[in-house]
Ligand binder design. Structure first.
Ligand code: HEC
Length: 117
């Protein structure tokens, strides 16, 4: 019984990681996940725990500059769910997931990625 439960949670975890990776595919159009310049958005290296608007030299909008604080998983989820609601006037041209379940999977993908970086 114990083994079956562990097995089941591994399957759930694997599916979570897989769909997380798929959900964040659109992000790659505008963001590098490593410390690199050259896309329209700032890189997302070590995103979770990083101060908002802190990539040196990146021309952030006033909307994002005034948010302050750090990127935590829940905040990221709120931003990705509806960028214009979280930071009205942001230049991030992404309509948002508008789906809390999907957005939580996407945010936890970045939490996992940041922890490994
Ligand atoms: C069409 C391009 C585009 C897409 C797609 C996009 N972004 Fe962005 N993103 C931007 C831009 C531009 C900014 C800067 C926004 C500003 O200054 O208002 C930004 C800012 C951000 C920030 C703030 C970073 C910081 O340094 O504070 C995060 C986090 C972020 N994006 C995550 C994502 C994720 C995750 C996805 C995918 C679900 C995504 N973005 C999709 C263009 C994009």
């Amino acid at each position: 019984m114990g083994t079956a439960l562990v097995f089941l949670s591994n399957v759930v975890l694997a599916e979570g990681v897989l769909s997380g990776r798929q959900l964040v595919k659109p992000c790659k159009v505008c963001h590098f996940y490593k410390e690199k310049k050259g896309k329209s958005g700032p890189h997302l290296f070590k995103l979770i725990g990083r101060p908002v608007s802190s990539v040196e030299g990146y021309p952030y909008s006033k909307a994002l500059l005034k948010i302050g604080g750090e990127w935590q998983e829940l905040r990221l989820a709120k931003f990705l769910n509806d960028p214009q609601a979280f930071a009205p006037g942001t230049t991030m041209n992404f309509s948002g997931f508008k789906n809390m379940k999907r957005v939580k999977i996407a945010a936890s993908y970045f939490a996992g990625l940041s922890a490994r970086q």
